[in-house]
Design a protein around this ligand. Structure first.
Ligand SMILES: C[S@@+](CC[C@H](N)C(=O)[O-])C[C@H]1O[C@@H](n2cnc3c(N)ncnc32)[C@H](O)[C@@H]1O
Length: 242
């Protein structure tokens, strides 16, 4: 079975519909979207052309739109259930000409964009879903489409370099899933979160801090910074040299 298809279908069928539970399961993911929006607004003051990878239901998209008064976003997501929610809830920005959508996967969508045509590329909780090889190709495309001086901003799961600490932290996270979802009677969702976590933690997906920052440097980025670490989550920013 195609693993990517399998968990994309899961996002669509289960997590897509129950996404509000995420607030309880992973409170930081909301904060991370807000941080991504604030960072786009801070570092791309005059820049208004933003590509978002994995817009999902629009949480991060809204954060960028609301914190950057002139940002124009192309939001990419290849899961229709998730993107449909964003299209509905963010219709006002679509009508105002500030938001468009692509239903292609991130790599395909980026490949359609010209060189040096995007001021910033932003994302939250999407790149950790990619396989190592696909992520490498996506980062090369992100670098290509950015203007010189353009920034890449990603709030995501960045696994701790210390594997023991990472395992303990992930175990605490699993305990939280059980507490919240058993109390809510959402056993099917609990099953899917655990299944998804196995994918996140697998060797061909896991985005370990030092390796991830090295991958950005290898792609050509400079001024690479990891900040706002909380448990397995962190904000990463990197620039295409002028
Ligand atoms: C965990 S959600 C994050 C959504 C939003 N950024 C947030 O923080 O709430 C990850 C999103 O990435 C999308 N995604 C996963 N792989 C993708 C790919 N290869 N291309 C485009 N979108 C992808 C999924 O469909 C999902 O909507």
């Amino acid at each position: 079975m195609n693993i990517k298809m399998d968990y994309d279908a899961m996002f669509s069928g289960i997590i897509g519909e129950d996404y509000a539970m995420l607030k309880q399961l992973s409170p930081l993911s909301y904060e991370m979207s807000s941080l991504v929006g604030a960072t786009v607004a801070e570092y791309a003051k005059s820049a208004s052309n933003v590509v978002e990878l994995g817009g999902g239901t629009g949480i991060t998209t809204l954060s960028i739109l609301s914190q950057h008064g002139s940002a124009q976003i192309l939001s990419i997501d290849n899961e229709p259930t998730m993107q449909k929610q964003a299209q509905e809830s963010l219709a006002a920005w679509v009508n105002a000409g500030r938001l468009t959508f692509s239903s292609d996967d991130a790599l395909t969508a980026l490949k359609k964009l010209p060189d040096a045509s995007v001021d910033s590329v932003a994302s939250a909780y999407t790149l950790h879903n990619f396989t190592q090889d696909y992520r490498k190709q996506v980062l090369a495309e992100v670098f290509r489409v950015l203007v010189p001086g353009g920034c890449f901003i990603n709030g995501d799961r960045y696994a701790l370099d210390d594997i023991d600490v990472h395992t303990r932290t992930t175990q605490q996270e699993v305990s939280r899933y059980f507490s919240v979802l058993i109390a809510a009677g959402k056993l099917e969702l609990l099953e899917h979160w655990i299944v998804h976590l196995f994918s996140d933690e697998s060797e061909n997906h896991i985005m370990r801090e030092t390796q991830a920052l090295t991958q950005l440097a290898d792609a050509g980025f400079s001024a690479i910074q990891l900040s706002h670490r909380y448990e397995v989550n962190a904000l990463v920013s990197a620039y295409k040299p002028q």
